[in-house]
Design a protein. Structure first.
Length: 92
């Protein structure tokens, strides 16, 4: 089966490949925003989970990929150069 080439967009000059739902399920991580206790979710139908690195409660859209490990934005930014290698995240 021929693999479709991902569509590339740019956000603030950073190239991002937009992939199919099937390709997104193969990602190592999914960056999520925090879901602080006592605060409403950004969208009422968001799902919640926990950051695989620090354990913070995170939130994500209900249609987000299910298989990738959830990581909070803070942990993702602190380790952005190492995200490609899951071996640097022994807790994840
Ligand atoms: Zn975290």
């Amino acid at each position: 089966m021929k693999r479709e080439k991902p569509r590339r967009i740019s956000i603030d000059g950073v190239p991002i490949d937009v992939v199919s739902d099937e390709e997104a399920e193969k990602a190592n991580f999914m960056v999520c925003i925090l879901a602080p206790e006592g605060e409403p979710l950004k969208f009422a139908d968001n799902f919640t989970g926990f950051c695989c690195r620090c354990g913070a409660k995170v939130q994500y859209r209900w249609y987000a990929p299910r298989k990738p490990k959830r990581i909070c934005l803070g942990c993702a930014m602190a380790n952005v150069h190492d995200l490609a290698s899951a071996s640097v995240f022994p807790k994840c």
